[in-house]
Design a protein around this ligand. Sequence first.
Ligand code: NDP
Ligand code: MG
Length: 390
Amino acid sequence: MRRVSIFGATGSIGQNTLDLMSRDPSAYKVVALTGGQNIAQLAADAKRFNAELAVTADPARLDALRSALAGTGIDAAAGPAALDEAASRPADWVMSAIVGAAGLAPGLRALEQGATLALANKESMVCAGPLMLDTAHRHGGRILPVDSEHSAVFQALIGEDLEAVERVIITASGGAFRDWPLADLAGATPEQAAQHPNWDMGQRITIDSASMFNKALELIETKEFFGLSPDKIEAVVHPESIIHALVGFNDGGLMAHVGPPDMRHAIGFALNYPGRKALPVERLDLVALGQMSFRLADEARWPALRLAREVMAMGGLSGAVFNAAKERALDGFIEKRIGFQQIASVVEAVLSRVSANAGHIDAAITLDNVLQVDHLARVRANEIMNDIEG
Ligand code: NDP
Ligand code: MG
């Protein structure tokens, strides 16, 4: 029986992971499940899977979690120290599906235990790619990508020589506003941005899809995960979301990973790796699909993509600055403090202010330095949003 923990169990990825596990319950011993605000879901799943431990990130909800688990023998805990303790418990396979930079520390701790880390939390790679890979390497752990594009690239690279890779193309649906006239974007609301045309995901990543900040993070994630030079990495808009990524080799061949937009494929691939098992995902009917289309990922329409190029060129801790600024600007947009197009302006301004001090970007990529620069970027983003609000 494999010992499994899920960080962010109550979210979209976490729930899809539990859905797959529930189809073969005798294969897994659940160690820890973690959540945030959704105590009812966390407690219900902890009971259903007989977890050893349930953790809420929010200390104010510990009493609620304790009472929901009373009499079950399942430990309840809360806060960052409890997340750290949960990640320290020996597990064979750990799903990293907390949203945001908050997912970094537990993922690193799990890697220190030598676990296989199924990484949905792309922010970990963006903020601290070299640290993640090095931690896995030093402790005999392994990181498997769960982001659909990166799972696709990973699968296309099996048995291949990275030296022969000429380019990697990741696809983008274009998000909620891909067909909107540019002039209308200024008035776009969070509610409109949270409607994804193809994928059913958490609110934050769905809005990031509309702004292309999700794709921007994924370009950086591709560079960090596969160690590719930025000029080999491209994004293309593919409204049907059927091809998830393509790998181009030096003989001109392109290997595409094709499938319906259902995260249970990428999650299940990571869960069953290195084998493959049947998964409950729709089988594509190519004739019914009829055609697929592609469009330019226009950096003028989506400045996030241009900023991602700048971050890939800058390296160091610029990814952590970029991500933290984006997280705060996204909060500002959700709270209606700033407009949709100001998300990118805020991130750009934070990047330029923080990187003006080379010491902030060039410091060693350690967890402490990432957290420090993350904090600084959030403070700067708040200042800039206060200025915008006047
Ligand atoms: P959700 O918002 O659906 O879920 C996020 C999870 O993290 C929930 O369990 C939430 O708890 C918990 N959480 C939120 N804030 C914190 C915090 N500060 N500390 C600890 N836990 C917290 O997100 P998704 O499942 O959509 O995404 C998770 C990660 O996977 C993200 O990094 C995303 O980019 C990535 N990803 C997601 C995809 C998808 O299809 N959804 C596709 C590819 C990547 P609660 O809900 O109880 O408050
Ligand atoms: Mg993705």
